[in-house]
Design a protein around this ligand. Sequence first.
Ligand SMILES: Nc1ncnc2c1ncn2[C@@H]1O[C@H](COP(=O)(O)OP(=O)(O)O)[C@@H](O)[C@H]1O
Ligand SMILES: [Mg+2]
Length: 249
Amino acid sequence: MSIRFVDLEKRFGDNVVLDGFSLEVPDGDITTIIGPSGSGKSTCLKTVIGLIRPDAGEVWVDERRVDTLEGDPLYEVRRTVGFVFQFAALFDSMTIFDNVAMGLRRTGELDEAAIGERVRESLDLVDLEGVEDKMPSQLSGGMRKRAGVARAVALRPQYLLYDEPTTGLDPVTVTVIDRLILRMRDELGVTSLVITHDLESAYRVSDRLAMLHQGRIRWVGAPEAIRDVDDPAVQGFIRGEPELWEEAS
Ligand SMILES: Nc1ncnc2c1ncn2[C@@H]1O[C@H](COP(=O)(O)OP(=O)(O)O)[C@@H](O)[C@H]1O
Ligand SMILES: [Mg+2]
């Protein structure tokens, strides 16, 4: 049971974004893909739930190949994969309760009482009690982010995908979100795939780091190991030296 990317290729026009991208996300762990803005991180994350289709290669969730799925089978896979969007992506005209309840209502499996219970449980998990009736605009950026996590876990997914969970937040809120990512692993047992260019946050939450460079994974390993990796691309990224990064091939 895991998420696997096998030899993905993706281009937008002349822009080759993924070029032989392969990675396995082991069960129960937090795997983080790091790389600069524009390197293709969101693109690979979106292939997992069918928001972007690769030009070639395969994406697997457990035993299901998802890159070619459509309709109900794709929807079934999406239920097992919670997605925390970069800017929380809450619906502004809906209360926090309705935002978190949306996916649950769509399945039609729970009655309103059970949905209410699940929404409150999910908000408790992210330390957001008592905001059910508020609108997204009434919450701080960090609270909106947490509400986005609550919505992603409401269906009790097996996997959680986080797109830049800490980008644009103040340092204290970054720590809150980092702890939340760890808590989702520890309390819900979810397998997590995080993408970020925030290295400090990546060091804190990851069981495994994977560095994306020129459309493919350049290096995978334990966070403690990355500083000693003898590769100009890796060193260029972690030390913020664009010349090393760009010249590495
Ligand atoms: N839907 C799209 N249409 C055209 N170009 C896109 C689209 N999505 C992403 N791109 C381009 O693909 C590259 C990688 O984007 P993205 O995956 O969002 O990078 P990252 O998340 O690492 O910042 C960028 O050059 C971006 O402009
Ligand atoms: Mg992105």
